[in-house]
Design a protein around this ligand. Structure first.
Ligand code: GLY
Ligand code: MN
Length: 355
């Protein structure tokens, strides 16, 4: 997982990279903090402040020099020094991350040409290495263990917020560093809102509960969604659930490196459209994830690019019937040349919990 070497090997026409986004700095150095990373053809530097210096040195070790900024030597001065040591003229920066204000300062203070390089970063991060996949698998495992325990505890009368809080506790106490995004627990009619925020609504018999949740382990995100029924399930709920499940399976069957994101999405979307629910599936089949919960490339109708080997994408079709209920089922896939590995083991057949 020597990402500095990977970044250096991708410099091409560039003399150096200047990374200011937290996630890209973590990708390069393995350290999560506030700072900037400079990768030149010869060296690598992580420039931070005294809040992070000791921790950064411990984590980064010999992979990069850790330089501490101060009032006398602000970040821009240290970046300039690092670039000048390497004689770097063409310097790539993350135009999708750097603020306009930061760019203005760097354009004034650095004696180099700043060139957009976000694509280089997204392309490298879009293809995960073995170590990254190991971490993603571990994060999924922690999350799934927490869900298994949670489902034993859900009772009629519990609120969505209580369920979300318990799930979050279970993930962190099982070793997660933090959540990969705000947990979604959407019950009954709330489940027709794909990204509903947990409320004080109490769980009732006959509800669908959509639980979309994830945690971060060693810097990498998990993402899982399950929709479960409480006590009983109507014919319509069962039908819609099974359509979503079939759609997800079709998308998973189509997923491999080399196919476009559009075609993976299309394989799943076709099942939902043929069943007459096309207009109730508004979002994409999936997104990449890794250090961030939403990364590129996407398994979406607009992505015509072939998926790379090592892409890690979510498989999360859904059907949302306003005022009634919604269903989403989400796994995470690692794409290889001949197919994909599903790193989500949690069962997907419709589960009716006692409540
Ligand atoms: N699971 C949350 C999301 O993909 O947006
Ligand atoms: Mn997702």
């Amino acid at each position: 997982m020597d990402h500095i070497a990977r970044l250096r090997a991708s410099l091409g026409e560039l003399d150096a990279l200047l990374l200011t986004g937290e996630s890209n700095c973590f990708y390069a150095t393995g350290f999560l903090g506030e700072g900037a990373t400079v990768v030149t053809k010869q060296g690598a530097y992580y420039i931070t402040d005294s809040r992070y210096t000791e921790a950064a040195e411990k984590t980064i070790g010999a992979a990069a020099k850790v330089w501490e900024m101060s009032r006398e030597n602000p970040m821009s001065a240290l970046i300039r020094r690092a670039l000048e040591e390497a004689g770097a003229v063409k310097v790539g920066f993350e135009e999708e991350v750097m603020t306009v204000a930061q760019h203005k300062v760097f354009a004034e203070k650095l004696s180099c040409e700043l060139l957009p390089a976000s694509k280089l970063l997204t392309s490298l991060r879009g293809s995960k290495d073995e170590e990254e996949i190991t971490r993603l698998v571990a994060a999924q495992k922690i999350a799934e263990g927490a869900l298994a325990q949670l489902l034993k505890e859900i009772r009629v009368g519990m609120t969505e917020k209580e369920i979300a809080a318990r799930l979050q506790y279970l993930m962190v106490s099982a070793g997660a560093e933090k959540l990969s995004f705000d947990t979604i627990v959407a019950s009954g009619p709330n489940s027709s809102m794909p990204h509903a925020v947990p409320t004080e609504r109490k769980i009732q018999k006959g509800d669908f509960i959509t639980i979309d949740f994830g945690c971060v382990y060693q810097g990498y995100c998990s993402d899982t969604t399950r929709t479960v029924a409480v006590g009983e399930v109507s014919e319509e709920q069962r039908t819609v659930y099974n359509i979503v499940l079939e759609a997800q399976k079709a998308g998973i069957a189509a997923a491999h490196a080399g196919i476009s994101g559009k075609d993976i999405d299309g394989a799943a979307r076709e099942v939902i459209e043929k069943a007459g629910y096309g207009k109730y599936f508004g979002h994409s089949f999936g997104h990449s994830l890794g250090i961030d919960i939403h990364e590129s490339p996407n398994a979406s109708p607009t992505n015509e690019e072939p998926m790379p080997v090592g892409a890690v994408i979510s498989a999360e079709p859904g059907i949302y019937l306003p005022g009634k209920f919604g269903v989403r089922i989400e796994d995470v896939l690692v794409l290889g040349e001949d197919g994909c590995r599903n790193i989500t083991a949690f069962p997907k057949e419709l589960l009716v919990i006692d409540g």
